[in-house]
Design a protein around this ligand. Structure first.
Ligand SMILES: [Zn+2]
Length: 124
């Protein structure tokens, strides 16, 4: 447990709390927190815990564009953040209010490929 908390703290260092805690974001983002789109890509129905900005805001990702939002379970969201920390990023396109993914399937496929590489780590 301590390790998870440490990781979470580390990963949230660059998170804009004011934005994520705003009533506007919390209300808006609910609609994306249905099923984890990555798990769904693998035929699994897991609840989404977070609404991810596929292209992170700190990299110019669109804040309010639904094309840049994806519901994810904690595991996939943490894995994506880990990959971003290693410089992995999706191909982007220019949306009206910032960058959006060129193909949202790319992040699903990238994360599922990573799952397969780390299959042994999925045993809980
Ligand atoms: Zn998932």
């Amino acid at each position: 447990m301590a390790t998870n908390q440490d990781n979470t703290t580390k990963q949230r260092k660059h998170v804009d709390y004011t934005f994520y805690n705003s009533r506007q974001w919390r209300n808006y983002s609910k609609r994306f927190r249905l099923l984890c789109e990555v798990c769904e890509g693998n035929g699994l129905y897991e609840p989404a815990d977070v609404t991810d900005h596929i292209v992170p805001m700190r990299q110019g990702g669109a804040k309010w564009n639904e094309h840049n939002h994806m519901g994810m379970c904690h595991q996939h969201h943490n894995r994506k953040r880990g990959m971003e920390a290693h410089g992995v990023c999706v191909v982007t396109a220019v949306g009206v209010d910032g960058l959006i993914p060129n193909d949202r399937g790319e992040i699903v496929n990238t994360l599922l490929a990573k799952d397969r590489q780390n299959e042994d780590l999925w045993i809980e």
